[in-house]
Design a protein around this ligand. Structure first.
Ligand SMILES: [Zn+2]
Length: 376
């Protein structure tokens, strides 16, 4: 059958041209489904479209057989070196984001500041404001590959980036002061790939570490947490988008709206977090207040309002309106909490607390004059 021979030849040709060279034995065992329309005398556009789809599907299947050709997360695929292991596959520094492919297929990077100055010069100041504001820069797949020439993989689907959001700056976890040398930018790419089982899947590839490992690891814990949540949500959205398309590529407008969602979520979440950090700082400034209150309540405590916590061996002062303070026997303030009157009664009847004796009360009165702050 000539048609089968031609198909085999097509598969071998794709394998030869696919980066990361697929195992020839695996290519020979490849199975694929074919739908052929017999109606009509001339080839309809639909049939031509199906043929193109078939070639693309074969390309993906064969690329996935390559094993080494699948790009690990944290890196991009470099078409010039036909590898995700070369020096171009990761950013040269923590400030750099992916800006697309060179004509020769080389993966290119630039500082996030340069990118912002070029695309949104009016807002670039925000990167260096105090506190700094997080900016995002979105690129579509076409924009990232606009310079790349066909001979250098422009039509290859070895690494199918559907679009990306570059984002910065985050504080480096090791140095939280936020000087420009201590900031980090990330590239978050929407990638459509074929997994080891030959099934299409969508992932968000976060790229920010120069060695391609744990891109979020360099960020402060709360930033990394917020980012990880957004990435997970993004992947769920991408999965349902690809599922609805039965695995074939999602239309560009749906990808654009997913990129828009990603950029908005990043900017919004980090604005919220900045606000929360500010509140936390304000609360920290007010933190001496409970100790002052505890001291006042302790000094006013009558013998019948002083208890001993039997297990913890601590003094417990039941202040007004359920306000309750715990002190060590040496008079160090441990904590303050609200304990309703019936809870106090339950603890006493359950023998967890007992009323202090007169001598304990006078000992407490002596030490509580010198009450110290809780350890912070
Ligand atoms: Zn390279």
């Amino acid at each position: 059958m000539r048609i089968l021979k031609d198909l085999r030849r097509l598969c071998r040709l794709i394998a030869e041209q696919s980066p990361g060279a697929a195992d020839p034995a695996a290519v020979e065992r490849l199975e694929t489904e074919l739908t052929i329309e017999l109606s009509g005398e001339r080839l309809s556009n639909r049939t031509r479209g199906r043929a193109r789809q078939l070639v693309r599907r074969l390309e993906k299947q064969i690329t996935s057989l390559g094993g080494s050709s699948s790009t690990p997360l944290g890196r991009v695929f470099c078409y010039r070196c036909e590898s995700a292991e070369c020096e171009h596959a990761t950013p040269p520094s923590g400030h750099d984001v992916f800006v697309g492919y060179h004509a020769t297929g080389r993966a290119e990077w630039a500082s996030f500041t340069t990118l912002c100055l070029e695309h949104r010069p009016d807002e670039a100041d925000a990167l260096y404001a105090d506190p700094p504001r997080l900016l995002t820069e979105t690129s579509t797949a076409a924009e990232l590959r606009v310079d790349q020439l066909p001979a250098f993989g422009a039509r290859s689907s070895a690494y199918e980036v559907l679009g990306q959001v570059a984002v910065g700056y985050f504080y480096d976890r090791s140095r939280p002061t936020g000087r420009s040398s201590e900031r980090r930018a990330l590239t978050i790419q929407i990638v459509h790939r074929v997994n080891a089982k030959g099934e299409p899947e969508g992932v968000l590839n976060v790229i920010g570490a120069c060695d391609g490992t744990d891109s979020l690891g360099a960020l402060r814990d709360d930033d990394a947490q917020t980012l990880a949540d957004i990435v997970r949500q993004g992947e769920r959205r991408l999965a349902s988008l690809l599922h609805a398309r039965n695995g074939s590529s999602a239309p560009p407008d749906r990808i654009r709206s997913l990129l828009g969602w990603l950029a908005r979520s990043l900017e919004h979440s980090f604005k919220q977090m900045q606000r929360r950090t500010k509140h936390a700082q304000e609360r920290a400034r007010d933190s001496q207040r409970p100790t002052q209150k505890a001291r006042e309540d302790a000094l006013r405590a009558t013998p019948e309002r002083l208890y001993i916590d039997v297990d913890a061996d601590t003094f417990v002062v039941a202040g007004p309106r359920g306000r309750t303070h715990v002190f060590t026997l040496a008079g160090r303030h441990v904590t303050s909490l609200v304990v309703p009157a019936d809870s106090v009664r339950r603890r006493v009847s359950g023998n967890r607390w007992r009323r202090a004796t007169a001598s304990e009360w006078s000992a407490f009165s002596e030490v509580c004059v010198a009450i110290t702050d809780p350890p912070s």
